[in-house]
Design a binder for this molecule. Structure first.
Ligand SMILES: Nc1ncnc2c1ncn2[C@@H]1O[C@H](COP(=O)(O)OP(=O)(O)OP(=O)(O)O)[C@@H](O)[C@H]1O
Ligand SMILES: [Mg+2]
Length: 247
């Protein structure tokens, strides 16, 4: 097992991270679920959190947003320590979460859903640019949330955080339950967002998909980051990864 703290220091040598998480612990009420999450993301990088069911991936994203009942350790965003800040203040540092359950409002149409999240910072993408990135949402602009396919809902859930001015996007299993062709589209979109300068933390169980979009992978197990694998080294580590993920 690799020492996660050592990994963090090693990667820090090559540039100041946009997000740096150190010794993050988290609780739901009395239930202690995160026991030491260490990872970092530099501006413009895509990193994944991989791990089996219940490993603590979603809880890590929630802890970064400040929406667990309690957290400790350090979550530094662009030089600001966020432990102790209110969730709305954390969001204003330019962080947005796209949750696994997507949260599309069924009674609103695509455009209304798109316009709903409040702006948190300057520099959000104009609606025209969002429709360029997601041409099928433009076609479905007046369709109600209930009429959208799973893939369209996922696209919309990502699309609407791009307007807010968030620079760091936390995406929780965006490919879950989607057909391979849609998964490919989401992969293309993530690569496009990276080119656009967004920084992305992606939670994934599908590591083939993860390999097609990410620079680095962090393995989460039992509430801890237990390994970091650069994408270029993924093939060489495939047996180890299978063991971590239990697949
Ligand atoms: N709302 C909650 N209240 C109490 N415990 C929770 C809650 N949500 C998750 N947990 C527990 O926290 C631990 C980590 O769960 P988490 O949802 O972060 O895992 P995950 O890696 O995202 O898993 P999955 O791949 O299934 O989404 C698990 O033991 C889970 O049972
Ligand atoms: Mg999860």
């Amino acid at each position: 097992m690799t020492d996660a703290a050592t990994l963090t220091r090693d990667t820090a040598a090559t540039g100041a991270p946009l997000l740096k998480v150190e010794g993050l612990q988290g609780w739901y009420g009395e239930s202690h679920v995160l026991h030491g999450i260490d990872f970092e993301v530099r501006q413009g990088e895509v990193v994944t959190l991989l791990g089996r069911n219940g490993a603590g991936k979603t809880s890590t994203l929630k802890a970064i947003m400040g929406i667990l009942s309690k957290r400790s350790g350090s979550v530094n965003m662009g030089g600001t320590e966020t432990i102790g800040l209110e969730p709305r203040h954390i969001a204003r540092l330019g962080i947005a979460l796209c949750p696994e359950e997507r949260g599309i409002f069924a009674s609103l149409n695509v455009e209304e859903n798109l316009m709903l999240p409040p702006k948190i910072a300057d520099g959000g993408l104009p609606v025209e640019r969002i429709y360029q990135l997601f041409p099928n949402l433009l076609e479905r602009k007046r369709s109600q949330g209930t009429k959208l396919s799973g893939g369209e809902q996922q696209m919309l859930a990502i699309a609407r955080i791009l307007r807010t001015g968030a620079k760091l996007l936390l995406l929780d299993e965006p490919t879950e339950g989607l057909a391979p062709v849609i998964v490919q589209q989401i992969g293309a979109t993530i690569r496009e967002l990276k080119k656009e300068g967004f920084t992305i933390v992606l939670v994934e169980q599908n590591f083939r998909f993860a390999a097609s979009v990410a620079d680095r992978h962090y393995v989460v197990d039992q509430g801890q980051v237990v390994d970091m694998i650069p994408n270029a080294d993924l093939d060489a580590n495939i047996d180890k990864l299978h063991a971590y993920l239990g697949v």
